[in-house]
Design a protein around this ligand. Structure first.
Ligand code: ATP
Length: 430
């Protein structure tokens, strides 16, 4: 007999279900067993005098065991779970589970040790269904606009951008590194004439960060496209992409997110607000008495980032804010600069956390080379500079942290909860 998913069960017909034993209540004459599969849960009711053999099986197994049941669904208004119950005719135990070492009260680090059990609790599978929806919507948006999906190498010969923050590894008899961004290869694709590309792939950062928003390996959704006039085109592409994505997420999961995560999915209005970094600091001081040292004003501090959410809401009734006009010292060498030396790029802040860095890139060989040298980069970027010697269209792009945006969208306390498996300075297992 073919298996039926729990959310597709029909009243009255003999059907087969398969799943985990989610909960078990064993009373004197009756057992209530909750079975869970990827689509939902159902109560299995066993009246012991009628089904002594099946009752015996359930008496002797723990929650989390995996079973196959055949039987019928009947309506029963007194059952809280959907007003129906499954009356089994047979049971087969596929796998006996030991008693779980964790529960919903266990601290996050121990829960991560047993991540496969942790993910069975609560609504955690939903996190990944929603993340899938985010990535699918972004893909859809880009594919409709002539973008091509590429896959760039993660094992690379030279530290990609700055030399710091990269993991080194032994590569036969030489040294290699794990890519800290697909940046150079995205731009190589522009030089190759691919014009519009994106990639959704792992990114590695050897940063000893212990914050709720940093991981040493995460998933980057990276976009690069040619023939732009300025970084305004890049911001426009990103705000439209995110609006499309949030529209789709709201359509498909808006209600569930409100109910299970207590957070409203807000489809943003276009255009997103844009502010220069200098003006942000001015307004943070005027409105909220927030003051930072002058030496920190070339970049946005973490505390300022949080307050930007307040500012975006108070000033623009918005959850996003593009911040532009950073100090060139704080930005990557490949960002284009205007005549005044201002980098032609931005960070995008969503709900008080940076989710993206984007920019128009410098595509003119001589200028790019000079900017690299100014940052003390020479040997490591030689191969990259070569790309620009043979003609390159003006281009720009951005990278979105998929795990970060998931965390913010669902209001999760840490990026650890938004990733299937978290990697941090102290975590390499499971
Ligand atoms: P941060 O300032 O937060 O450390 P960054 O400036 O190093 O980030 P970028 O190099 O611009 O970030 O990376 C692009 C995007 O990738 C970020 O906006 C963020 O969404 C995500 N990201 C960056 N670093 C991490 C990390 N360690 N863990 C998870 N996501 C990250």
């Amino acid at each position: 007999m073919q298996r039926t998913y729990i959310d597709e069960l029909k009243i009255g017909e003999k059907q087969k279900i398969q799943g985990f034993v989610d909960a078990k209540r064993d009373q004197k004459t009756i057992q209530f067993i909750i079975i869970r599969d990827t689509t939902g849960k159902i109560q299995v009711t066993i009246f012991k005098p009628d089904l002594p053999e099946i009752a015996d099986v359930f008496t002797n197994l723990n929650v989390n065991s995996v079973v196959t049941l055949e039987g019928k669904v009947v309506e029963n208004a007194s059952v809280k779970l959907g007003g129906k119950e499954f009356i089994p005719e047979s049971v087969k135990v596929e796998s006996y589970a030991e008693v779980s070492p964790i529960d919903e009260h266990t601290a996050i680090d121990m829960r991560l040790d047993y991540r496969w059990l942790d993910l069975r609790e609560g609504n955690k599978d939903l996190i990944f269904k929603i993340q899938t929806c985010c990535a699918k919507a972004m893909r859809e948006f880009l594919l409709e606009r002539k973008f091509v999906e590429i896959h760039t190498p993660k094992i690379i010969a030279a530290a990609s951008e700055s030399g710091s923050e990269v993991f080194e590894l032994k590569y036969f008899d030489r040294r290699a590194y794990l890519a800290q961004s697909p940046q150079f290869y995205k731009q190589m694709a522009m030089c190759a004439g691919l014009e519009r590309i994106f990639e959704c792939a792992p990114v590695f950062r050897a940063e000893e960060s212990y914050t709720s928003r940093h991981a040493t390996e995460f998933t980057g959704f990276d976009i690069e496209f040619s023939y732009i006039d300025s970084y305004e085109d890049v911001m426009k592409m990103e705000e439209e992409l995110l609006t499309y994505m949030l529209t789709k997420v709201k359509e498909e999961y808006g209600e569930v997110i409100k109910e299970k995560f207590g957070k409203e999915v807000i489809v943003p209005t276009l255009p997103f607000p844009r502010m220069k970094l200098e003006d942000v600091y001015k307004e943070l001081e005027e409105r909220y008495d927030f003051i930072v040292d002058d030496c920190e004003k070339g970049d946005l501090t973490t505390e300022a980032e949080k307050l930007v959410y307040q500012l975006a809401q108070d000033k623009y009734n918005h959850e996003f804010m593009f911040i532009t006009d950073y100090n060139a010292k704080k930005r990557a060498f490949y960002h284009m600069r205007n005549e005044q030396g201002v980098p032609q790029g931005y960070d995008l802040i969503y709900r008080g956390v940076e989710i993206t860095t984007g920019a128009q890139r410098e595509h003119r060989y001589e200028i790019l080379k000079a900017q690299a040298e100014e940052k003390g980069l020479k040997k490591d970027v030689e191969f990259y500079l070569e790309f620009f010697k043979y003609g390159c269209p003006p281009h720009g792009g951005f990278g979105i942290g998929l795990d970060r945006i998931t965390m913010l969208l669902l209001d999760l306390p840490s990026i650890k909860e938004a990733m299937f498996i978290f990697r941090g300075p102290n975590r390499l297992m499971p």
